[in-house]
Design a protein around this ligand. Structure first.
Ligand code: ADP
Ligand code: NA
Length: 325
């Protein structure tokens, strides 16, 4: 199992946590899991060196705070394992230009930057992601729903390589939990919560002041109806709040619907605000503890890189050999 997350400025948001990181924590118990902070992907858009370094460590601290345990999984930073860039080049040479052009995330992200500003790196970033996955012979990739197309590309390229050069790569499948595949923006439940697209009020950053977070939950956009019922189509805002509360509290959505029968949206929002505060308060404290202990963080990352490299180097050596290097 393999997955990665970008070292974004400030903090992970609730969508990252519920859509991806929460599953990572559960899956480390049952799988041989590789999790990484993808700093090479971060430079597809302009980055300040000091900020990139700080954000990468902050991402690692948050993953540890969320419950990743270096004894149960391999936790590392992508740039510490040079095989990612090396296999990335091989995969670039296997990808059709038209094929890469069909990746919708590039269309979205480059449109935001202005087409002239977008780099070739941003264009081929899904191909580097292919290399990330194939290096570890991952058969499952736990991600949010927005990554489905990239996993599809990974499968295509793995099959293409295996067909051309002989069986080399495991064909991976996405591992997407339907319930939390798309956490919505709290102010605009027509779109997913996202660092780049959401307004501050619609985005829950896990490291924000818990009081501010509670306030955002209480001012979440719902609808003009009053009934608390799960209906993605007709009641996306309320359904989103139910999903979040269900995941944080462990109660099923059906149980929550029953519990809130005859009650208004205010009651649901108050309880969700409380559950959020209960979750983020210790999360913030644990993240800070890891940041305050740089030696421990360095040692975790050094061991992680060593474990990851052992696997990645073997795959790359095989790949090079098959290709005639
Ligand atoms: P962002 O989409 O905010 O730029 P990333 O691309 O770094 O965040 O995503 C990291 C992980 O979080 C990916 O697995 C992605 O699918 C997941 N993810 C991001 N936003 C959401 C969301 N709103 N709902 C569910 N999962 C999400
Ligand atoms: Na494990």
């Amino acid at each position: 199992m393999l997955s990665g997350i970008q070292p974004t400025a400030g903090s992970f948001h609730l969508g990252n946590y519920l859509g991806a990181v929460r599953q990572w924590v559960a899956l480390q118990e049952t799988h041989d899991a590789f999790y990484m902070v993808v700093d090479l992907h971060a430079i597809t858009v302009p980055q300040d060196p000091a900020e990139l370094r700080a954000n990468t460590r902050l991402a690692v601290a948050q993953l540890l705070a969320a419950g990743l345990d270096p004894e149960r999984c391999t936790l590392f930073v992508q740039s510490h394992v040079p095989e990612h860039a090396q296999l990335g080049w091989v995969m670039n040479c296997l990808t059709g230009f038209g094929e890469a052009s069909r990746m919708t995330q590039f269309k979205d992200k480059s449109a935001k930057q202005g087409a002239d500003r977008a780099t070739v790196g941003l264009f081929t970033y899904p191909v580097l992601q292919v290399a990330d996955i194939l290096l570890y012979q991952a058969d499952q990739v736990p991600v949010g729903g927005d990554q489905r197309q990239h996993i599809e590309l990974t499968r295509d390229l793995a099959e293409r390589f295996n067909g051309r050069y002989g069986q080399t790569f495991t064909i991976p499948a996405p591992y997407i939990l339907k319930e939390t595949a798309k956490i919505l923006d709290l102010q605009d439940p027509a779109v997913k919560m996202s660092k780049s697209a959401s307004t501050p009020k619609g985005l829950i950053n896990l490291l924000d002041d818990p009081k501010a977070t509670a306030k955002k939950v209480k001012s979440a956009v719902t609808d003009t109806d009053t009934v608390i019922r799960y209906d993605e189509e007709k009641k996306p805002g309320v359904s989103n709040l139910l999903t979040i509360l269900s995941t944080l509290s462990g109660s099923s959505v059906e149980d929550l619907e029953r519990a809130y029968e005859g009650k208004g949206y205010g009651a649901l929002k108050t309880d969700l605000a409380e559950a959020m505060v209960e979750f983020v308060t210790p999360f913030r404290a644990r993240t800070q503890e890891y940041l305050d202990d740089p030696e421990t963080l360095d040692s975790i990352l050094a061991k992680g890189a060593e474990k990851a490299r052992a696997v990645a180097a073997e795959t790359l050596a095989q790949t090079y050999d098959r290709m005639g290097f």
